[in-house]
Design a protein around this ligand. Structure first.
Ligand SMILES: Nc1ncnc2c1ncn2[C@@H]1O[C@H](COP(=O)(O)OP(=O)(O)OP(=O)(O)O)[C@@H](O)[C@H]1O
Ligand SMILES: [Mg+2]
Length: 349
């Protein structure tokens, strides 16, 4: 195993710095990798590893499974800031903790969390891995996930130059983004001791753009959980998210309402701060989708995210309703996955 010091943005940052768009660069330590549009993450070439391809017009690229991963769930929404990343991290943890999952497999499940948000990666912070250092490379030149709370994780956030001010954005055009997504999908070694991941949870960026399209065209995803808050403005985008996944044949597991209510500690009355959950139920009904759960607005969910201790690894009374809801959501997701027939598509990676 070799240490992987990577500066994916270097040539682009240099180029962009020349354009006055980006001033931050970082020196390469050990890899003599040619960074290019074909290899935005700067992962050393390996054989046999098909060069990443760009989805083209005409015949769509063939979907495949990800090598080393048995099943894949995406957490998405057309809308930003509705809690996708927070829920993805807590879903991964609740799948890990769920007694049903453990008893079905007769061992503790192997769960991974992949951050596909290139412009706003949150997984390193949410999982307490912000200062975990650079990922290493396997003998096959694949990125080795960083692990915390029992979950293996990968994010472009691990590959960005250290920047205490956190103010250095990734400034890439669409093609670079798609290539980076493909590398995150197919150039990560999820196996350990020859055992595959049971479930990979993917945290999607907001919107219905290149990343969603690349994922839907390239990977055989087992199911999607769409997150929304109750406001009409969020529901409109959630519907778009559902429409997008339908277009690329990603099956829908259901909808999850986040920040549905806030229970005031002094009066113990739940208040629907962002609108009635009836709107959400109506929308789910119209879309023919199940409401998997309603998560309250709880301070320790957001504090836990900021401190790298997701609510599922906390034990405070305030978070109990969220933990119970996530437990029930993960049971529904696990039931869904268990009932899926294994596809005979090939694997890639
Ligand atoms: N149920 C909740 N209770 C309290 N705070 C929450 C809850 N869900 C999410 N948050 C907070 O809301 C903010 C946005 O959450 P998060 O980053 O997970 O959203 P996102 O949909 O992934 O955003 P983006 O679209 O930017 O990726 C975070 O500060 C998070 O801690
Ligand atoms: Mg996010």
């Amino acid at each position: 195993m070799q240490r992987f010091f990577l500066v994916p943005l270097r040539p682009f940052a240099t180029g962009l710095a020349n354009l006055g768009l980006c001033s931050k660069t970082r020196s390469i330590h050990s890899t003599k990798t040619l960074l290019s549009h074909e290899n935005p993450l700067g992962i050393p070439k390996r054989n046999p590893n098909p060069a990443p391809t760009i989805p083209r017009r005409g015949a769509p690229p063939k979907k495949s499974r990800i090598k080393g991963v048995k099943q894949i769930v995406v957490v998405a929404s057309g809308k930003g800031g509705v809690g996708k990343s927070t829920i993805a991290a807590n879903l991964a943890l609740s799948l890990l903790q769920n007694p049903q999952t453990n008893s079905n497999l007769q061992r503790s499940p192997k769960i991974g969390l992949l951050d596909l948000d290139i412009f706003g990666p949150s997984v390193p912070k949410l999982m307490g891995l912000e200062n975990a250092g650079d990922p290493r490379l396997s003998d096959e030149n694949k990125l080795i996930p960083l692990q915390n709370h029992g979950i293996k994780t990968m994010s472009i956030g691990y590959l960005l130059p250290p920047n205490p001010a956190n103010d250095s954005p990734v400034v890439w055009r669409g093609m670079m983004v798609m290539k980076a997504v493909q590398q995150l999908l197919f150039d990560v070694d999820w196996t350990s001791q020859n055992q595959d991941l049971d479930v990979l949870v993917i945290d999607m960026p907001p919107g219905t753009g290149d990343v969603q399209l690349s994922l839907g065209q390239l990977v055989d995803v087992d199911g999607a959980v769409i997150v929304s808050t109750p406001q009409d403005v969020a529901l409109i985008d959630a519907r778009k998210g559902v429409g997008m996944f339908n277009k690329v044949s990603i099956p829908m597991i259901g909808l999850l309402l986040n920040m549905s209510h806030f229970t005031c500690t002094s009066c113990t009355t739940p208040h629907e701060l962002f609108g009635s959950s009836k709107n959400f139920e109506k929308a789910a009904n119209e879309l023919g989708l199940e409401v998997l759960g309603k998560l309250p607005l709880v301070t320790s969910v957001s504090d836990g995210g900021d401190s790298g201790r997701p609510i599922m690894v906390q034990s405070n009374k305030e978070g109990e309703e969220v933990r119970q809801t996530m437990k029930s959501v993960s049971e529904k997701v696990w039931d869904w996955l268990s009932s899926r027939e294994q596809s005979n598509l090939g694997t890639r990676g």
